[in-house]
Design a protein around this ligand. Structure first.
Ligand code: F6P
Length: 551
């Protein structure tokens, strides 16, 4: 394994400084003696210390259960963990994914959209060239110049999974309302119930299939791609089917062998991690869904967040603030999960994207040197769309025994232009929830309300415990000026950088994902048993029984 770049480059965090910073943070947490609501009184400048902005994206962290001494200690910990050194090493193309011997250069994909200097010049040039090719192809698909065996395409299927699906699908569903001619579909799961019914609604002669796989070897993607190929070949013949494929991959030879023409293969490189790849040609389906011009704007938005991450002092720096607060919640307050409530239908796929981003990146048990993590690592990320979520899981957020931090997200000018009342009510609900989590409802207040409603004092006292909401429950609200390509780019780049910040403080390598490999390998052994392959090694009794019961 290549050596960790940190000791090599002399950038490693000093264990002594780190110990001191963790100690100071724990002391600050113990000494916190105001509730969130009281902190607004005790700390007159709380609103300016706990809020930050980058362009049209504003974050309010003032309803976190952290006081100013805690925030200062968190910023000191981020400095002791050398978050800035890791950030700078990423931008300059050092091998910060040391376990896989790779640079982590996804910011270069958007930086080169404006020819900013980020990463090695040859990588910038390659990225710019592939983006130009992908943009040209997307434009041709949209305006009908890209032709299959019988003319242009009415439908596009993106076949990919994980990072080759979640990010592009999110962008397409958030922004794909531009009235472009094609309908873009996303198929990720190997479950035939995902692909089968879709193919029944499409015609081979008007369908373009993008096989989106960095490795071009992922089982789910290969299986779906093979099935679609049979469907295309049966409708169009072997030669005709070729012009119905495009691919985004770092393994072009494998794509050619599969049957994709070279001029429709768009490259990515091993310095782009799967879950960070939507900015590359992996975003081709999203580019077709929103148009290449909007996709550029999306890249510019992300580049603006990159700039902010590099330039803003830690105390005003959104990725640093949000990443450090994630560490507070996980390592100090010991909260195992964070709920994400998106008050915007268009962002309904965001929680899934964040799940991969945060849990695949920072869900690690060992630090960069292979020793057990000392202060935990990523929390579970989950969530849903508000207001629907209010009628599903918010009950537990308000009254369950576990405190679950919540992240609210809403756009100022969201909704439909002719349905302003809807948006006002959506916003009222969003802001009301964070306030309710903070203020809660005391026994006294509940009983007084019941008496005012005409209940006897005895009844009121008996019912009040069921109505108590403990309050002092933390949340962050992210407010977008509007949900457009630029702001979405900022939001998603913010989520990525926040992962780097939290990962640096936990001390983990946020850029590998060896845990995913084990399940993949065992699935192959189970499949051999399911197929009854001679000589396949028997598995444990439970798995063997499941196999038997399912045959
Ligand atoms: O989930 C593991 C993973 O390797 C992700 O990191 C990646 O996004 C996904 O599988 C898909 O991989 P590929 O693009 O190579 O098919």
């Amino acid at each position: 394994m290549p050596k960790d770049y940190l000791p090599d480059g002399g950038l490693a965090a000093s264990p002594v400084a780190l110990d001191a910073a963790w100690g100071a943070l724990k002391t600050a947490a113990k000494q916190r003696n105001s509730s969130i609501a009281d902190s607004f009184v005790a700390e007159p400048d709380r609103m300016s210390r706990f809020t930050a902005r980058c362009g049209g994206l504003f974050a309010d962290l003032s309803k976190q259960d952290i006081d100013q001494a805690g925030l200062d200690a968190l910023m000191a910990l981020a400095r002791a963990a050398r978050v800035d050194a890791l950030r700078d090493a990423m931008f300059s193309g050092e091998t910060i994914n040391h376990t896989e011997g790779r640079a982590v250069l996804h910011p270069l994909l958007r930086a080169s959209a404006r020819d900013r200097a980020a990463g090695p010049a040859d990588a910038r040039a390659m990225a710019a060239e592939e983006r130009r090719r992908a943009e040209a192809f997307a434009a041709e698909v949209i305006d009908g110049r890209a032709r299959g065996s019988a003319g242009g395409f009415t439908d596009v299927i993106n076949i990919g999974i994980g990072g080759s699906d979640l990010g592009p699908a999110l962008v397409a569903s958030a922004l794909g309302h531009g009235g472009l001619a094609q309908t873009v579909h996303f198929v990720s799961n190997v479950d035939g119930a995902a692909l089968g019914p879709l193919l029944k609604t499409l015609k081979p002669e008007t369908t373009l299939v993008i096989v989106c796989s960095k490795t071009f070897s992922t089982l789910e993607t290969r299986t779906n791609a093979e099935t679609v190929k049979r469907w295309l070949v049966s409708g169009l013949g072997e030669a005709g089917a070729r012009r119905h494929f495009a691919a985004s991959t770092s393994a072009p030879e494998a794509a050619i062998a599969f049957g994709v023409d070279e001029d429709r293969i768009f490259k990515i490189w091993n310095w782009v991690g799967g879950r960070f790849s939507l900015w590359s040609t992996v975003g081709l389906a999203a580019m077709i869904a929103i148009g290449p011009i909007a996709f550029r704007e999306f890249l510019y938005g992300a580049a603006a967040m990159d700039e902010h991450f590099v330039q803003a002092p830690f105390e005003r720096n959104l990725p640093v603030l949000l990443g450090a607060v994630d560490v507070w919640q996980r390592s100090i307050a010991k909260r195992g999960s964070r709920a994400v409530a998106v008050y915007d239908e268009r962002l309904k796929l965001l929680p899934s994207h964040l799940q991969q981003l945060e849990m695949e990146s920072n869900g690690k048990g060992v630090d960069r040197n292979g020793a057990a993590v000392r202060e935990g690592s990523a929390a579970v990320v989950w969530g849903g769309v508000g207001c629907d979520a209010q009628h599903a899981f918010f009950q537990m957020l308000h009254q369950g025994p576990d405190v679950i931090p919540v992240e609210f997200l809403i756009a100022k000018n969201g909704g439909a232009p002719n349905l302003k009342t809807h948006h006002r009510l959506l916003m009222a609900n969003c802001f009301a929830q964070s306030r309710a989590l903070m203020t809660g409802l005391s026994h006294q207040e509940a009983a007084a309300r019941l008496v005012a409603e005409g209940r006897s004092r005895e009844d009121a006292e008996a019912l009040a415990p069921h109505m108590v909401c403990p309050g002092d429950r933390p949340s962050t609200t992210i407010l977008l000026d509007q949900l457009d390509a630029h702001t979405l780019g900022m939001l998603l780049a913010l989520a990525e950088h926040r992962v780097l910040v939290a990962g640096a403080i936990y001390g983990v390598n946020s850029f590998d994902q060896f845990g995913v490999e084990l399940g993949k390998r065992i699935a192959r052994s189970v499949d051999e048993r399911l197929r009854g392959v001679d000589g396949a090694a028997p598995l444990d009794p439970s798995t063997e029984l499941l196999i038997k019961q399912s045959s």
